[in-house]
Ligand binder design. Structure first.
Ligand SMILES: [Zn+2]
Length: 402
């Protein structure tokens, strides 16, 4: 009953409130944001549990946030996306500010298009769609198996099927490539996203992308990656933007790939923390370390497999483990998708399932090539609820800018 009252209160208080969209600036932290806006730190940060405090360190610069104010200018609500599925929601109830994490409501559509190569896949996809993101996902998924520079001919065809999320009527977040075809000198090459979230070619062989070493040897995975999970006991939405490896204190941590140390130091949530920048927009993160490898500093070059530190329990941690995060172009992705696995060739039932998926995508790709499907952006209806508190829509009409 109390919950219902809060919901009603929210819905009505939001109605008629002024809503502004702003971008999270680089260098802003959750704490500096609260301080700058005179929002109380105790209920909105210090009283939160460890997981929530850690999540507040995950806000990305450039992300579109919404803030609504009462007539007197006081903040009534703030929405800060943590990833493409979960957002921080700060709201006022009976004069008190409260914190919760709630799902981001978006719609996912499957889209497809084909085009004839004029210059290069990258430039031509941008010319056709206006989207650098689509060009990026197409090119990066093929880059380790094909050489576009030497083997392309003007007039060759490419086709792609992908999923795009929409929020507030506009494309939102990175699209996901599901299947793609490129013709090179008359020969067609295919790539498919399998149900294990890895890319395979038409023979069921994994197309080797950016592969990482496991950062701790012989460690047990104690928590997996999730962008959004409902905790049935706490009745809260959670995200875990990394993989936890449980290991004894002092176990060596190795760099998952070649790169350069982008950050080494201590943070409240992640404790002793190292971030390593790799090529192609990847960044790996190693948290809760007991100590760092001596001599390592910001800017140091590191080699794949090199020891960078030792497992510990610093920061908001309940026991010795490595929290290992991976980011591609600033977005958290599941590290287990790119950590090296022994079998990269599908066999048995996995192969059978893949071939079924492949044949569906082949039908779709062939149809689009035959019909010469052109790129179109679907305009989405406006009556969709994007701010959802788990039970009910808490949305006013917003200036849709994100
Ligand atoms: Zn973790």
């Amino acid at each position: 009953m109390i919950r219902l009252f809060i919901l009603l209160f929210l819905t009505t208080s939001l109605f008629g409130a002024r809503v502004e969209t702003f971008r999270w600036s680089s260098g802003e932290t959750y704490l500096t944001f609260l301080e700058r806006n005179n929002l109380p730190l105790r209920p909105l940060y210090y009283n939160l549990d460890g997981d929530e405090q850690q999540l507040s360190e995950e806000i990305l610069s450039g992300v579109h946030c919404q803030i609504s104010r009462e007539k007197n200018g006081d903040i009534s609500q703030v929405f800060i996306p943590l990833n493409d599925e979960l957002q921080i929601h700060i709201y006022k109830n009976n004069g008190q500010y409260l914190f919760e994490t709630i799902p981001i409501i978006s719609e996912t559509r499957t889209e497809a298009f084909t085009l004839k190569i004029e210059h290069s896949p990258y430039l031509d996809i941008i010319r056709e769609t206006g989207s650098k993101k689509l060009a990026k996902i197409f090119v990066s998924s093929f880059q380790n198996s094909l050489n576009f520079k030497n083997d392309l001919r003007k007039g060759d065809t490419l086709a792609m099927v992908y999923e795009q999320k929409y929020r507030l009527g506009k494309p939102f977040s990175m699209p996901t490539l599901k299947a793609a075809m490129i013709e090179m000198r008359g020969k067609k090459h295919f790539i498919y996203l399998n149900s294990d979230d890895r890319f395979y070619n038409q023979d069921g062989n994994e197309v080797e992308g950016f592969l990482l070493a496991t950062p701790v040897n012989n460690a047990r995975i104690s928590s997996r990656f999730t962008k959004r999970r409902f905790h049935p006991v706490l009745k809260k939405y959670r995200a875990h933007q990394g993989v936890d490896y449980a290991a004894g204190r002092g176990t060596p941590i190795i760099a998952a790939g070649d790169g350069r140390v982008a950050f080494i130091g201590e943070t409240r949530g992640y404790g002793k923390l190292i971030k390593i920048e790799h090529s192609n927009g990847y960044l790996s993160l190693y948290a809760h370390q007991n100590s760092f490898k001596k001599g390592l500093r910001s800017g140091s070059a590191v080699k794949k497999g090199q020891v960078i530190g030792y497992v510990g329990s610093t920061g908001l941690s309940t026991g010795p483990h490595l929290h290992f995060g991976l980011y591609k172009d600033g977005r958290a992705i599941d590290p287990l998708r790119v950590v090296q696995v022994a079998t990269k060739k599908l066999k048995g039932t996995e192969r059978t399932a893949f071939l079924k998926l492949k044949s569906n995508y082949d039908q779709s790709l062939n149809l689009h090539v035959t019909n010469e499907t052109k790129f179109t952006r679907v305009s989405m209806p406006d009556n969709v609820c994007y701010f959802f508190n788990g039970e009910q829509c808490v949305q006013d009409k917003l200036d849709s800018e994100s």
